[in-house]
Design a protein around this ligand. Structure first.
Ligand code: FAD
Ligand code: NAP
Length: 247
């Protein structure tokens, strides 16, 4: 049985009205980049817990998480109010199979995330393994508005470090913003505009696609990719598509 550790908030960054980052000190067990833990608070005498992906990498401290306040959501609306020094429960052991050891050999990795679903990709990209395994890595972050497009400094550092092996493409769906795609991920896979903008082809011989965040984005993208010859990656039948749904 996993145990709760009492963590301490060391920073709460309010990016927008709905978007924030918590940095937390907690003495948890080792985790693998791409995994999630649970965070919890006692609210009205009840421990309310939800899963959250690490944005930070296993070697980094403090732990870092990236959140939306869900409309009417119990836990996210309590987490956003935490101040430096406040306590938050963190599960001692982490979970999840959205990790590179589950990915079969391939040359090119595509990481597609909506909203806060970009978090596990940063956790993975800030480790050595993806750069040892893949020739090229494409990170796609799809958000509603430019204000939601966070962690661009981290993208810049990755570009500087990895040059043309690292390709980044943003989608901003509800505003027209230069150098971003004004639309949604599934449509841009279907009409080829994502590949055109990135300058790389999705190819079942070479590519693996990881998808994270909005379950409708995941479902629609998987349907379009399957029609192009990509298959879901399962332990017994390795394929090209690995997914993490946030709700
Ligand atoms: C494996 C996993 C990892 C997750 N990692 C993160 C993370 O890193 N950051 C994060 O903010 N959330 C993450 N979530 C979602 C998180 O667990 C909660 O569902 C979310 O914080 C809402 O909790 P709540 O109690 O406030 O609202 P709830 O009442 O539980 O949810 C209300 C509704 O909000 C919507 N929603 C939930 N999560 C999100 C989201 N991230 N972005 C937009 N809409 C959402 C859904 O429509 C959901 O039904 C993850 C979920 C899973 C399963
Ligand atoms: N982001 C905000 O400003 C905001 C404001 C109020 C409340 N919230 C809360 O946050 C939640 C949404 O947060 P979010 O903006 O991260 O999530 P989101 O609704 O998943 O939007 C993130 C990106 O995913 C796209 N998307 C949505 N549905 C899709 C689908 N079926 N297929 C492909 N792409 C899809 C969105 O495009 P579209 O724009 O085309 O939908 C957007 O570009 C809401 O449910 C609410 O609780 C957020």
């Amino acid at each position: 049985m996993a145990q709760w550790i009492e963590g301490t908030v060391v920073e709460n960054i309010h990016w927008t009205e709905n978007l924030f980052t918590l940095k937390i000190d907690a003495d948890i067990d080792e985790f693998t980049a791409g995994q999630f833990t649970s965070l919890a608070l006692d609210i009205d005498g009840e421990r309310i817990a939800r899963p959250y992906s690490y944005l930070s990498s296993p070697q980094d401290r403090p732990l870092e998480f990236f959140f939306y306040t869900a409309t009417g959501g119990v836990l996210s609306n309590a987490l956003v109010k935490l101040d430096v020094g406040d306590k938050v429960f963190v599960k001692q052991q982490s979970n999840g199979f959205f990790v590179l050891r589950e990915i079969p050999e391939c040359e090119e990795m595509w990481m597609l995330g909506t909203g806060t679903g970009v978090a596990p990709f940063f956790s993975i990209l800030n480790t050595d393994e993806p750069w040892q395994r893949f020739n090229k890595i494409v990170l796609v972050h799809a958000v509603r508005t430019l204000a939601d497009l966070r962690y661009q400094e981290m993208v810049e550092v990755l570009k500087e470090k990895h040059g043309d092996r690292f390709l980044f493409q943003a989608f901003v769906s509800r505003e027209v913003v230069a150098s971003t795609i004004n639309g949604r991920i599934p449509g841009a896979i279907e009409d080829g505009s994502l590949e055109d903008r990135v300058g790389l082809k999705l190819d079942p011989e070479k590519s693996h696609i990881m998808l994270c965040g909005n379950p409708d984005m995941v479902k629609d993208s998987v349907g379009i990719l399957k029609a192009r010859g990509f298959a879901k990656n399962r332990r017994r039948t390795p394929g090209h598509i690995t997914v993490e749904n946030y709700w």
